[in-house]
Design a protein around this ligand. Sequence first.
Ligand code: OOG
Ligand code: MG
Length: 258
Amino acid sequence: MTGVTEMVDIAALATRLDDAQRFARATPQLAEPLTVDDAYAVQAASMRLRYARGERRVGIKMGFTSRAKMAQMGVDEMIWGRLTDAMMVEDGDTIAIADYVHPRVEPEIAFLLKAQLVGKVTIPQAVAALAGVAPAIEIIDSRYQDFKFSWTDVVADNSSSSGFVLGAWGDPAQSIANLGMILEIDGQPRQIGSSAAILGNPLRSLIAAARLAEAAGDPLKAGDIVMAGGATAAEALAPGNHVRLSVQNLGTAEFSVK
Ligand code: OOG
Ligand code: MG
């Protein structure tokens, strides 16, 4: 189903999800049957509320780009969401669990663009537009009760975007197609995988991001950050946790929880 449905109150749903995020309070799954276009319209409207409060769009995140993530959440189609400056957690910083509903972490790869990247592009064109690649931890936090949602629910909820931690930017010309990734919590390896789990090569996620963002009228531009999506299932966070991601050849990213 496509098209924006007359019956759906996009603004009311956007406010409800925005409030759930701001006040770290879970909300029930949406009762309304949304179309894809409705869901992305709710996401865009809720992001306009955040921008109006002074947050700045810094890029986008891709979701459900690996089998492991699709299987964990029971969703089998790619999604995307917007990132803002307020979601950025400095490498080594500490977050407060009270600011989140029920946060989880997942191991990702991030891209930094030095040029716009729009429409249908090839892998060499995508690499040529990059300023860097980095190990990245995404902090996802569904605003829905029990972290349960339909595909359209999660799209409306900005695809669970909540926070992201970036390691140092490395040379974008190096191969990132099959890099070992280890996500540790409190020194214990909790998820071990490969960047190949992300669509066979995380660059394919960047290519999909370029196409989807442009189609939505929110094209990727120079300076944007793109998160490729979790390579493994996500892990729940608890106060006191220290989370560290190591990616072969790329380095590490880490943060703590209080
Ligand atoms: C939706 C977000 C998915 C990813 O990397 O696949 C995502 C969720 O699992 O809550 O960020
Ligand atoms: Mg993710």
